[in-house]
Write a protein that binds this ligand. Structure first.
Ligand SMILES: Nc1ncnc2c1ncn2[C@@H]1O[C@H](COP(=O)(O)OP(=O)(O)O)[C@@H](O)[C@H]1O
Ligand SMILES: [Mg+2]
Length: 693
C-alpha cells in the first residue's frame, strides 16, 4: 500500500488520491472498481413521443437543443430522487434506481422521478410550443426486478445495468400514454401503499406472446404508508408496552419524557407506535406524529414542519386559516416571531416580508416560541417522530432544542430509529431508550401460525418461514406475502393451504432491497469483508478472512448490526446478525466470483491448519462443491465420512450421501463415474447394516 493507496499501473509511482492520470508518465489511472453484482432495482425509460417528426419539423440542430434541455432537466430530477442516469438513448434517457447503491424504496423513488420528469417536460413544452409551435411530450415506463450492475468492457463503457428487467421497462415506456407513465406489475406491487395507480391493463408488448399486466401511475398519495393495512395481533412486546404505559402515566402527572425506540428494519418500531397511539386514544391523550423519509433527508425543515403542523392543528387547513389558527393558539407571541414561525411551517404569506434576522437569532426565537407553547400546554400529549435515521439536519437540531423542555411538560416524545442512527436525538439527557429485540421463537411461531392458519399442509412451510425470519415480523409477513403472490399458498389470510414443498420459501424482493441498502451503506472495504464472510458461512473468524487476503473490517459490520461478535476470548468469532443478511450478501455476488471465493476458502481452511484437515474435511467439501469443483468435493466428502465413522455415524452417513449425490450427477462419459458411484454406496451399505433406520 502506498501512502494514498494509489499508484500508477504503468510506471509504479505513488500518486495523489483521486488522480485520473499519472503525473509522471501520463498513463490513465485505473481505480479499483467494485465487482459486478446482482441488484434489485427499478429501471426508468423516458422517451420523446414522435421525435422523428420533431426533427423533420425543426431540424436536427434545434432538436438537439431541445433534447439537451430535456435531458438536463430529467437528469436533475433523477438525481434528486437518488437515481442515476444510465444512458442517453437517442430520444430520451434510461435511469436506474437502486444501483450502484441499493435503495430499499427504489420503486417509490422511481415513481416520484417519473412524475417529476413529466412536470419538467410540461414546463419545457410550454417554451417549445411558443417558439416552434410543436407539442413536446414524453412517455415514461418503469419496471422493477433483479439485474446485474457493474462496469462493462473493462470500464471503458462505464457502469451499466443488464438483464431482462431492463427490456421490460422499455416495453412499459412503449405502451405508456403520451404525457403519462406506465408501471409493470412488479413495480406496481412495490409501490402499492404509496402510489395512486390506475386499474390493471393488459397490454401487448414486443417479445411476449401473451399480454402483460401494467398500471398507469396517476400520482403519489400523501397519507401515511401504514394506513389501511391488515394487522396481525400483537405478539410479545409486553414489557415494552408496560414501560411506555408507565412513562405516559408519569407524564400525565406532570413528568414528561423522551423515549427512543431503536431497532432494525421490520422489527416492529412502527407497530409499537401504532399500539401507543391506541393507548393514548384510550386515555383521551392527544397524539401527533410525523415521519422522516429516506428521500427527504436532504430537505431542510421537512419533518419538524410536519410535526409542528400536526401539533398546532393546522395540517388540513389552507394557509390563511392556518395562520389564524396559530395566532389563536399562541396569542401572546411577538408578531415578528409569528412570521418566522409561519415561514417554518410553510404557511407564510408571500406578501409579507420576513424580518431580517441572522440564522442563530432566528433559531433562538423559534425555540423560545415553541417551548413556551409546550410549557403552557396543560393537557397531556404524545408526539412521535418516526425513522429519525433519515432526519434532515435542520429538523434534527431544532427538534433537539424543542425536546429539551419536555421533562417539564405533561408530554411524551417518542422517537424511533435504526441502530445506525448516530444523531443528536438519541443523546438527550434523561431520555429513556427501548431496544426492540427479535421476537422469541415461540412468539415468531405464534405470528406465523396466525398469518398462515392451521391447515396441516402449511405446517412445514410455517416452520421454514419462522426459521428464516429469525424473530423479524416484517420478514415473516413478507415471505408469506411472496408465497401468496406466487400462488404457493392458496386460500385466504389465516386460512391458507399449500400445494408445494418447503423449498419454495425464498427471499422476497422487498426484504432483499431493505437489506441490500444497508449493506451498500458500508465503505467498500467493509462490504468486501461482508461478502467474503457470507461465502465462509454464517459464523466466521477474521483470521480466515486474512488468510484469504482480505483485510477484515469487522468493527463497521458490528456497528451496523450486520454481524455480532460471539466469541471474545482466544480469537474473536462473529455470526451474521440475521440469516437473511447473509443470504443477501451471498446472493448479490456473481456466481463466478462466489465460486472463486469458495475455492479459496477451501484452500485456506486446509492450509491454515493442515493437522485438522480431516476434522475440517466436511467443511472443505462443502466449499469445493459450492465452487463447482465436483471431483475435489467428492474426495473431501469421502475423507469426511472416513473421519466421522468412529465418531458420529449420522455425520458419516451424511458425508457419504453427499458423495453419492455428486457421483450421480456426474455426466455418464466421466471416466471415473462408475467407480465414484460405487465407493460411497459401499460405505453406506456398511452403515445401513450396522445402523438400520
Ligand atoms: N409484535 C408484533 N406482533 C405482530 N406483528 C408485528 C409485531 N411487530 C411488528 N409486527 C408487524 O411486522 C411488520 C413490520 O413492523 P414495523 O413496525 O413496520 O417495523 P419497523 O417500523 O421496525 O420497520 C408490520 O406489518 C407489523 O404490523
Ligand atoms: Mg417503521
Amino acid at each position: 500500500m502506498t501512502a494514498t493507496g494509489l499508484s500508477c499501473g504503468s510506471c509504479g509511482i505513488d500518486l495523489p488520491r483521486n488522480s485520473k492520470f499519472c503525473n509522471e508518465c501520463g498513463a490513465a489511472v485505473a481505480t479499483a472498481t467494485t465487482p459486478a453484482e446482482y441488484k434489485q432495482v427499478t429501471v426508468l425509460f423516458a422517451d420523446v413521443v414522435h421525435s422523428m417528426d420533431i426533427a423533420t419539423a425543426v431540424g436536427a440542430e434545434r432538436l438537439r437543443e431541445i433534447m439537451t434541455e430535456l435531458v438536463n432537466r430529467a437528469t436533475g430530477v433523477v438525481q434528486h430522487f437518488g437515481g442515476t442516469v444510465d444512458k442517453f438513448t437517442g430520444d430520451g434517457i434510461m435511469a436506474v434506481f437502486g444501483a450502484p447503491v441499493a435503495l430499499e424504496d427504489h420503486a417509490v423513488r422511481a415513481c416520484r422521478a417519473a412524475l417529476g420528469i413529466q412536470d419538467e417536460t410540461v414546463r419545457l413544452a410550454g417554451d417549445v410550443k411558443e417558439r416552434d409551435g410543436l407539442d413536446l411530450q414524453l412517455r415514461v415506463g418503469l419496471n422493477s426486478g433483479e439485474v446485474i450492475a457493474g462496469e462493462i468492457g473493462s470500464g471503458a463503457l462505464g457502469y451499466t445495468t443488464i438483464g431482462e428487467q431492463v427490456g421490460l421497462a422499455q416495453r412499459m415506456e412503449s405502451v405508456a400514454p403520451a404525457g403519462g407513465a406506465m408501471l409493470s406489475e412488479s413495480t406496481a406491487r412495490l409501490v402499492g401503499g404509496t402510489a395512486v395507480l390506475g386499474e390493471t391493463e393488459m397490454v401487448r408488448v414486443k417479445g411476449a406472446d401473451a399480454p402483460v399486466a401494467a398500471h398507469r401511475l396517476l400520482g403519489m398519495s400523501e397519507t401515511h404508508r401504514d394506513v389501511g393495512r391488515t394487522e396481525s395481533n400483537l405478539v410479545g412486546r409486553r414489557w415494552e408496552m408496560a414501560a411506555i404505559e408507565s412513562l405516559l402515566d408519569r407524564a400525565i402527572d406532570g413528568y414528561g419524557t423522551v423515549v427512543g425506540v431503536v431497532g432494525s428494519p421490520g422489527i416492529g418500531k412502527s407497530r409499537l407506535v401504532r399500539e401507543v397511539a391506541a393507548m393514548a386514544a384510550a386515555r383521551g391523550v392527544d397524539f401527533f406524529a410525523a415521519f422522516c423519509e429516506s428521500h427527504a433527508s436532504d430537505i431542510p425543515f421537512y419533518v419538524v414542519a410536519r410535526l409542528l403542523r400536526a401539533a398546532f392543528g393546522v395540517g388540513d387547513l389552507d394557509v390563511a386559516a392556518a395562520r389564524t389558527q396559530i395566532r389563536a393558539r399562541v396569542p401572546d407571541a411577538d408578531p415578528e416571531d409569528l412570521l418566522l414561525f409561519d415561514d417554518l411551517l410553510g404557511i407564510a404569506d408571500p406578501e409579507v416580508k420576513l424580518p431580517k434576522i441572522d440564522p442563530d437569532a432566528r433559531r433562538r426565537r423559534l425555540t423560545a416560541l415553541v417551548n413556551a407553547a409546550s410549557l403552557a400546554r396543560q393537557t397531556p400529549a404524545v408526539y412521535v417522530v418516526e425513522d429519525v435515521h433519515w432526519i434532515d439536519k435542520v429538523s434534527e437540531s431544532l427538534l433537539a432544542d424543542f425536546i429539551a423542555v419536555i421533562p417539564q411538560t405533561r408530554s411524551v416524545v417518542l422517537i424511533t430509529y435504526r441502530p445506525e442512527y448516530p444523531g443528536a436525538l438519541n443523546r438527550v439527557p434523561g431520555a429513556q431508550s427501548i431496544a426492540l429485540a427479535p421476537l422469541t421463537d415461540s412468539e415468531t411461531a405464534a405470528l406465523v401460525s396466525e398469518l398462515l392458519g392451521d391447515d396441516p399442509s402449511v405446517d412445514a412451510l410455517g416452520q421454514k418461514i419462522a426459521e428464516r425470519a429469525a424473530g423479524n415480523p416484517f420478514f415473516a409477513e413478507e415471505m408469506v406475502r411472496d408465497l401468496t403472490e406466487r400462488g404457493v399458498l392458496r386460500g385466504i389470510r389465516s386460512a391458507y393451504f399449500s400445494t408445494a414443498g418447503v423449498a419454495e420459501v425464498s427471499m422476497p424482493a422487498t426484504v432483499q432491497a431493505t437489506i441490500a441498502a444497508r449493506i451498500d451503506r458500508l465503505a467498500p472495504v467493509a462490504k468486501r469483508t461482508l461478502s467474503a464472510a457470507a461465502v465462509i458461512g454464517s459464523r466466521f473468524d477474521p483470521g480466515l478472512l486474512e488468510t484469504l487476503g482480505i483485510e477484515p473490517i469487522v468493527g463497521d459490520l458490528v456497528l451496523a448490526e450486520l454481524v455480532d461478535q460471539v466469541r471474545f476470548t482466544g480469537g474473536p468469532e462473529y455470526v451474521f446478525h440475521h440469516p437473511l443478511i447473509r443470504s443477501v450478501a451471498y446472493d448479490s455476488q456473481l456466481k463466478s466470483d462466489r465460486a472463486e471465493l469458495h475455492r479459496r476458502v477451501a484452500a485456506a481452511i486446509e492450509s491454515r491448519d493442515p493437522a485438522a484437515a480431516e476434522e475440517n474435511a466436511a467443511l472443505i467439501a462443502e466449499h469445493l462443491e459450492a465452487a463447482g469443483d465436483l471431483h475435489a468435493g467428492y474426495g473431501w466428502h469421502l475423507r469426511a465420512g472416513a473421519w466421522a465413522t468412529s465418531r458420529n455415524m449420522a455425520a458419516a452417513r451424511s458425508s457419504w450421501e453427499r458423495a453419492r449425490t455428486i457421483a450421480d450427477t456426474l455426466p455418464t462419459d466421466d471416466p471415473n463415474q462408475v467407480a465414484m458411484r460405487i465407493a460411497p454406496r459401499t460405505m453406506l451399505c456398511g452403515i445401513y447394516a450396522a445402523w438400520p433406520g
